[in-house]
Write a protein that binds this ligand. Structure first.
Ligand SMILES: C[S@@+](CC[C@H](N)C(=O)[O-])C[C@H]1O[C@@H](n2cnc3c(N)ncnc32)[C@H](O)[C@@H]1O
Ligand code: SF4
Length: 392
């Protein structure tokens, strides 16, 4: 397997991203624990624009002047935003920070909320990359996942996105109950035939507090067991690799050069401003790195912004050990691995050589020259334990 060809090399400059959270969906999917809410009354988008602009200004005051390297409109379902809303938010970002022409501006979209006119409006507002939540390519599983779209809608949305946006990706969820290996191989190959150069492929996880959590606990939903899930994961690696779209992160696959810059900024432990209800950020100010988090409830967030200009409920300075742990957790998700020099600078010491040797000896970790480590494919299967072992 060729794992030595990063096309967006880690230059030591992880970039500066801006994340905007749109917290509404047309319906809540039974597996989803993202901060997304269903409202039966129309959402006052003008009020949200005013609040986004206010919070952008506050985040700018913390971060100081920066050059933005990517913007991401996530959710929830940002494709429920009016194009004018998107335009106003992107304009607000460009008023606060330096936004060079042509940077990656991604928007998540649901196939069921897609209309050609709106897509054109988003494109005109500056969005140049769309990430579509396709989730499955058969109607039975889409119904099981509680999605509002069918395969036909999904394929229409993929086609439209390909026609309108210079870049596009879509998401699938696999390791579904009863999913057979040969069915997944077929579905994945079909997905690859519709993809341009990027796919996000997530294993279904059962999140506490979701309807699937209760069903799973009562035995009404059975996921593939650990071995079967590992096998599906390995199949996913092999099929995408053979198609020229290898994993560059645990769940993200791209042709070299088509990686999501925004997500790379997270995983390389760069700074990002998180704006909107329930958004998280990492901002460096006065030589310290701060972890920000905002109020999750959309209406409470609006009210907080009205009262105090922002909806932040946390703005904590991170100790160097915390930063080092976060950097490790993020960096080991990447195929390019972790830059040990930058890690040691944050931690104030080197990685524990005994723990490193142990993990290397057992085939879970490998060195890339002197300056980087990364998980082996076996290590990726038990990433959480590898990180826990190495963390300070
Ligand atoms: C924030 S969601 C937003 C995308 C968009 N709202 C949609 O669902 O089409 C991002 C992606 O996370 C994945 N996801 C969410 N919950 C998941 C879960 N419990 N297990 C696996 N993947 C999940 C889905 O593939 C989803 O497209
Ligand atoms: S549409 Fe996306 S964000 Fe909304 S509930 Fe479903 S998975 Fe979650």
């Amino acid at each position: 397997m060729d794992i030595t060809a990063p096309l967006l090399p880690d230059t030591g400059e992880p970039g500066f991203g801006v994340y905007i959270h749109w917290p509404f969906c047309a319906a809540k999917c039974p597996y989803c624990d993202f901060n997304s809410h269903v409202r039966h009354q129309p959402v006052d988008q003008d009020a949200f624009v005013a609040a986004f602009l206010s919070e952008i200004a506050v985040m700018r005051a913390i971060s100081g002047p920066r050059t933005v390297t990517s913007i991401f409109l996530g959710g929830g379902t940002p494709s429920l935003m009016k194009p004018e809303t998107v335009d106003a938010v992107l304009t607000g970002i460009a008023r606060s920070w330096h936004v060079p022409d042509g940077i990656e501006i991604t928007m998540e979209a649901n196939p069921s909320s897609v209309e050609a006119d709106r897509f054109r409006g988003y494109r005109a507002a500056g969005v140049n990359r769309v990430s579509l939540g396709v989730q499955a390519l058969n109607d039975k599983d889409l119904r099981f996942l509680g999605r509002l779209h069918n395969v036909e809608d999904a394929l229409k949305a993929v086609k439209l996105a390909r026609d309108i946006f210079p870049r596009m990706s879509f998401d699938l969820i696999y390791a579904r109950p009863g999913q057979r290996e040969d069915d997944w191989i077929k579905e994945l190959n079909e997905a690859i035939s519709y993809a341009v150069d990027h796919l996000s492929l997530y294993q279904l996880t059962i999140e506490e507090g979701t309807p699937f959590y209760g069903l799973h606990r009562n035995g009404k939903i059975q996921l593939p067991d650990q071995d079967a899930a590992a096998r599906l994961y390995e199949i996913t690696q092999g099929v995408t690799e053979a198609a020229g779209m290898p994993a560059y992160e645990v769940s993200n696959h791209a042709k070299p050069g088509a990686e999501s810059r925004h997500n790379l900024t997270y995983w390389r432990y760069g700074d990002y401003a998180g704006i909107g209800p329930g958004a998280h950020g990492r901002l460096t100010s006065g030589g310290r790195k701060y972890a920000t988090a905002t109020e999750r409830n959309p209406e409470a967030w609006l009210e907080a912004v009205r009262m105090q200009g922002h909806g932040m409920i946390d703005n904590d300075s991170l100790e160097s050990e915390e930063q080092a742990d976060e950097m490790l957790l993020m960096g080991l998700r990447l195929r390019e691995g972790l830059d040990l020099v930058r890690w040691s600078e944050r931690a104030g010491h080197s990685l524990n050589p005994d723990k490193e040797d142990f993990l290397i000896g057992h085939g879970f970790l490998e060195r890339l020259g002197n300056a980087r480590i990364r998980c082996t494919p076996q290590g990726m299967l038990i990433l959480d334990s590898v990180v826990a072992d190495l963390a300070s």
